[in-house]
Design a protein around this ligand. Structure first.
Ligand SMILES: [Zn+2]
Length: 179
């Protein structure tokens, strides 16, 4: 299973979902660092997507907005941080939830093996090894792979819908200011 950081370097369109806002996937990892307070709260951020900028940037490296049109802010708005946090939590819930299902399946197999398995020497020992190895494999399979995919799709869909609503409320249009 993965650690607390749920964002992996995903390619667009992976997991059967293509975000209409590709810069959100690029920003997800940065926003998770900010949520974990591993980077300073204050800084120079794109006025359109709130990606962190270097002092010399004239164009945002995340959404491509021209900064003299989009403007800059010195802090990421809280409602924006929250929508990334919900995405992270949704994905983590699926990874750990389905990982747990994998462990339960391994435990059931262990019990079946111990009770009805072939009568071989050190039967319980073999069953234990299968429990540990099988538990690891099944937790990976169900949690990291299947849970990760479902969690990514659900979390990203919701995040993107919330971002669309945020942009509407903000009233600055929904396309990066590249012109
Ligand atoms: Zn931007």
């Amino acid at each position: 299973m993965t650690s607390g950081q749920t964002t992996t370097r995903r390619v667009e369109g992976e997991a059967g979902y293509l975000s209409p806002y590709p810069y959100l996937d690029k920003l997800q990892e940065k926003m998770e660092e900010r949520l974990a307070r591993r980077v300073p709260v204050k800084g120079r951020f794109c006025g359109f997507c709130y990606g962190r900028l270097r002092d010399a940037d004239a164009v945002c490296g995340f959404c491509g907005s021209k900064l003299d049109a989009a403007g800059t802010v010195d802090e990421i708005p809280q409602p924006v941080l929250r929508l990334y946090k919900r995405k992270q939590q949704t994905e983590a819930r699926w990874v750990y939830g389905l990982g747990f299902v994998g462990l339960i399946i391994a435990s059931v197999l262990f019990i079946l093996m111990a009770i009805w398995g072939p009568d071989i020497p050190a039967k319980i020992g073999v069953a234990f090894l299968l429990l540990i190895g099988g538990g690891y494999v099944l937790a990976q399979l169900f949690g990291t792979w299947i849970g990760g995919e479902i969690g990514y799709r659900r979390g990203a869909r919701r995040r993107d819908a919330e971002w669309a609503a945020y942009m509407t409320e903000r009233g600055t249009g929904s396309t990066p200011m590249r012109a």
